[in-house]
Design a protein around this ligand. Structure first.
Ligand SMILES: Cc1ncc(COP(=O)(O)O)c(C=O)c1O
Length: 442
């Protein structure tokens, strides 16, 4: 190499800069310094110029595994925007943010929460959750059976990963939650759809002699139609599951928001030791960005799920778990749920009244129950195109047909109302009326 003074003068930079760069190149092995002779390019360095790989050309990329291919083949559209009527978004403006921040500030000074804690989840959160689930959802459980997950979606994926081999038969609701279907399909499960209507799953639809290993189900508030299985039907389902050796994955995603009487008790706790893997989420009851959900498992299964959780993502975020634990222990969680129940009921009643007056003869609500969204049957339209136009107009919503598998897919819309205000509901329904009329003509 030329002398450092020479390089500095050639490049018009300071000598310090050049000696710094040369030291770095020596430290990384590109150059060698020979005391008394100078600095030289390291031997063999020229031979190791790597060839550029073309990232745009498929054969040059590493091939996908069966799992990667299965995910790519049935990719779920990503929801980028939170428009009024986008599904699954709670009323974030009504969230008690100052209380939450105070609780989080108290927790964030605890050094213990900066380290590792345990794959099963923060013990005080599991204790608080077990109390809540026993009292409010009638789930029969204690804290040792609970695994805290990163959202309900991870809970579903863990069930698929731990319990399923390729080709294992699995029953799913039709229509049903696409996120669950995709997670099961990614593990090459052989899915058989079971038809569900506005009353929830009817036991008569269940195959008498099922070889299914598991069935994914939303019994206390069907997703998306909103039907609630009657108590006798739920008992019959449990009986069928025990008889056929089918384990039920009960997704209790939003049953807190019931507008007629008390929320319906979870299937898991209707009898002792039911064949149920129960899961839920704080995404609807608190907020989705928390990414906290939970599984309630029979104790002998907990260890296997923890091995999988460890390799999937390790622990769920500790500060968030501790904040939720204190939020529940101090009663803020229950208070928030009570307020939201009233608020969502008002929104649902307002939207239902608007639909009755503005969309009469054009759209029909599917079920009486509500939660955070409602479903409209809209015959004679291409509901994917309707959703595209609705999005262009600044409103969210999901095509009803997208929840179905098979040929006979009813058309319509699922509308999330929790994240809407009065003005948006009025404007949205008026726009929807115009769009349905124009789509029916075309
Ligand atoms: C029925 C159902 N289950 C599970 C989930 C996943 O929730 P999470 O945000 O906790 O992953 C959703 C999300 O919308 C859902 O609608």
């Amino acid at each position: 190499m030329p002398a450092s003074r020479q390089i500095a003068s050639d490049l018009g930079v300071s000598r310090n800069t050049v000696t710094g760069a040369l030291s770095q190149l020596i430290a990384e092995g590109f150059l060698v310094a020979r005391p008394g002779s100078g600095t030289f390019v390291a031997a063999g360095f020229e031979r190791h110029q790597p060839e550029a790989v073309n990232w745009q050309q498929q054969p040059q990329l590493p091939g996908l595994s069966h799992y990667g291919t299965a995910l790519a083949a049935k990719a779920m559209p990503e929801v980028h925007v939170q428009l009024p009527f986008t599904l699954g978004i709670p009323d974030l403006r009504a969230f008690p943010l100052s209380v939450w921040n105070r609780v989080q500030r108290q927790q964030q000074d605890r050094l213990h929460l900066l380290g590792y804690d345990g794959y099963q989840g923060y013990a005080p959160l599991r204790e608080a959750l077990a109390d809540y689930l026993r009292v409010s959802r009638q789930v029969q459980c204690h804290a040792d059976q609970i695994v805290i997950t990163q959202g309900a979606q991870q809970a579903i994926s863990l069930c698929a990963q731990v319990l399923l081999d390729p080709g294992d038969p699995v029953l799913v609701e039709n229509p049903g939650y696409v996120g669950a279907r995709r997670a099961l399909q990614a593990h090459a499960a052989a899915l058989t759809p079971v038809d569900v209507d506005h009353r929830g799953l009817q036991p008569a639809q269940l195959p008498a002699a099922s070889a299914a290993k598991i069935m994914y189900i939303t019994p206390t508030h069907h997703y998306p139609l909103g039907g609630i299985m009657s108590a006798p039907d739920r008992l019959e389902l449990l009986d069928w599951a025990a008889r056929t050796g089918t384990w039920l994955i009960e997704d209790d995603y939003d049953s807190e928001f019931h507008f007629h009487g008390h929320p319906i008790a979870a299937l898991q706790g209707m009898a002792a030791q039911t064949p149920v893997l129960y899961l839920g989420s704080f995404s609807k009851t608190l907020f989705p960005a928390l990414r906290l959900g939970y599984l309630v498992l029979p104790e002998p299964l907990v260890g296997s799920f923890l091995h999988a959780k460890r390799h999937m993502d390790g622990e769920s975020p500790l500060l968030q778990q501790a904040t939720v634990a204190q939020f529940v222990q101090e009663g803020h969680f229950q208070r928030h749920l009570r307020r939201m129940r009233v608020r969502y009921r008002e929104k649902w009643e307002h939207l239902s009244a608007l639909i009755a007056s503005e969309l009469d003869g054009l759209a029909t609500p599917v079920a009486e129950s509500a939660g955070m969204h409602l479903v409209l049957r809209i015959p004679g339209v291409n509901d994917d195109a309707l959703v595209r136009d609705l999005t262009d107009a600044g409103f969210g919503g999901t095509a009803l047909s997208s929840y179905y598998v098979g040929q006979d897919r009813p058309t319509g819309l699922a509308l999330g109302f929790a994240n809407t205000d009065e003005r948006q509901r009025i404007a949205g329904v008026c726009r929807l009326r115009e769009l349905i009329l124009s789509h029916r003509k075309s």
